[in-house]
Design a protein around this ligand. Sequence first.
Ligand SMILES: Nc1ncnc2c1ncn2[C@@H]1O[C@H](COP(=O)(O)OP(=O)(O)OP(=O)(O)O)[C@@H](O)[C@H]1O
Length: 334
Amino acid sequence: METSQPHPAGDHVIEVTDLHRHYGTGSGRYHAVRGVDLTVGRGELFALLGTNGAGKTSTMELIEGLAAPTEGRVRVLGHDPHHERAAVRPRIGIMLQEGGFPGDLTVAETGRAWAGTTSYARPLDEALELVDLGHRRNVRVKQLSGGERRRLDLAMALLGRPEVLFLDEPSTGLDPEARAAVWRLVRELRAQGTTVLLTTHYLEEAEELADRLAIMHGGQIVVAGTVSEVIAGRPSRITFELPAFNGTSLPPLAGATVTVDGRRITVQTPRLQATLTELLGWADRHGIALDALDARSASLEEAFLAIASEAAHQPPADTPAAPPARRKLIGLAR
Ligand SMILES: Nc1ncnc2c1ncn2[C@@H]1O[C@H](COP(=O)(O)OP(=O)(O)OP(=O)(O)O)[C@@H](O)[C@H]1O
C-alpha cells in the first residue's frame, strides 16, 4: 500500500487523476466512471452536475473513500481516502443520497450514536440547530418527513466539524424555504473555510453556490469551469409568437439561427442586443406584434441541456452493457 504525504496548506484538498470505476465482472461489467480528473482547492465549493446515471455518485463515493477505484488516483487532504481511511475519515463529513439511519431511534439517539464515531464532535444540539431540527430531537427517525430526514443527514455530516464536506444531492426533497436555509448554511460553512464537493440536479443550486462546477455525462466530465466559463460561447435566445403572420419575411438576422415551430419562432444568437434591435425594428416597421416575446442570455440550464444533448449523440467508444441493478447505500456503512 502506498502511503502518501499530507499536502502543505493551500494546496488542493481534493485531487483526482484519471479515475475509473467498473461495476460487476465479465459480460456484466459496467464502466461507470471513465477517466475523471478534477481538483478542488481549500475553501472552494465544487459542484458535480450531470444527467441521471452520469456517474456523479459513483465518482463521489471514490473520492469519499467508500470504494477503491478500478484505476486512477484520489487524494483527499493529501491521503488516499480508501486505503488511508483512518487519516481521512475524522476530517471529512459525508451526506449520502440516502442516509439510512435506523427508523426506531430518535433524532437525539441517532446523534449520540453518530457522535460516538466522531473524534471532535460538536454538541449535538448545535448540530441540530444548524439544520433547524432542534425541536424534533425526541421524534423517531421514521416519523420525520423526507425533508427533515435530509436535514438530519446533513446534521450528522456536520457533527465532526469536517474540513471537507461531501454533499450528494443535499436539497432533494426539501421545500423552497428549507432549501434556502441549507444554501445559507453551506455558504456559511464555506466562508469558514470548509471545502465542499456537492452533486446536484438543481442547476440554480450550482449557480448560487459553486465556485466551479463540472458537467458529467456517460462517466466523463464533458465541461468544467466557473459558471461564466461553462456558459461562455453559448448563444442567447429570443422567442416570440406571430399571431397574425401576414407573410412578411423575417429580416436577415446576422449570425442568428431561426427555428419556426407553427406560430412560435426561436432565434438563437451570439449578439443578443443587436439581434433584438433588428427584430424590434422590423416588427415596428411592419406593425407586427411579437406575442409572448422573451429574450434571455444563455443560462446554465441552457448550457447543461445543450451539453447533455451533444454528449448523448457522441457515446464513448466502449459503449457499456446495461448496468446491473443499483445497490442501496446504507449510511451506517460510511
Ligand atoms: N452498485 C452498482 N452496481 C452496478 N451499477 C451501478 C451501481 N451503482 C451505480 N451503477 C450504475 O452506474 C451508472 C452511474 O450511476 P451513478 O449513481 O454514479 O450516477 P449519478 O450521476 O449519480 O445518477 P443520478 O443522478 O441518477 O443519481 C448508472 O448507470 C448506474 O446504474
